[in-house]
Design a protein around this ligand. Structure first.
Ligand SMILES: [Zn+2]
Length: 109
């Protein structure tokens, strides 16, 4: 079985151009991909597309999580599907936005 290293892949476009690595968007999420410099055709990295597609299937019913406790603080774990779709890592900075209906979280670049 042949495996493809997506990190070093330079796909050929149907127009004959050689695609270049880019950061682009898919369903409004930031993703890795390739773009043809000749015609602008884009390919989305399947490693980034897959969690977004899964997330889109599940997000209408939301994610149920349990509030935990660490020291004096309450903690909410973020499901891995969300961390993969948002490229979140330990140490990421976030802004908590209290709302009458709950809590919003924005991740800061
Ligand atoms: Zn092309």
């Amino acid at each position: 079985m042949k495996t493809i290293n997506l990190d070093t892949l330079t796909p050929k476009c149907e127009c004959g151009g050689t695609m270049e690595k880019v950061t682009t968007t898919f369903e409004n999420f930031k993703v890795r991909g390739w773009r043809c410099p000749l015609c602008g055709e884009e390919l989305i990295d399947p490693r980034d597309a897959e969690p977004i597609l899964e997330l889109n299937k599940l997000k209408s019913r939301g994610f149920k999580v349990i509030v935990g406790k660490v020291g004096n603080s309450l903690v909410i774990r973020i499901p891995s599907l969300i961390t993969r779709a948002l490229h979140l890592r330990k140490g990421e900075k976030a802004k908590l936005i209290p709302k009458p209906s709950g809590l919003g979280v924005e991740f800061i670049e």
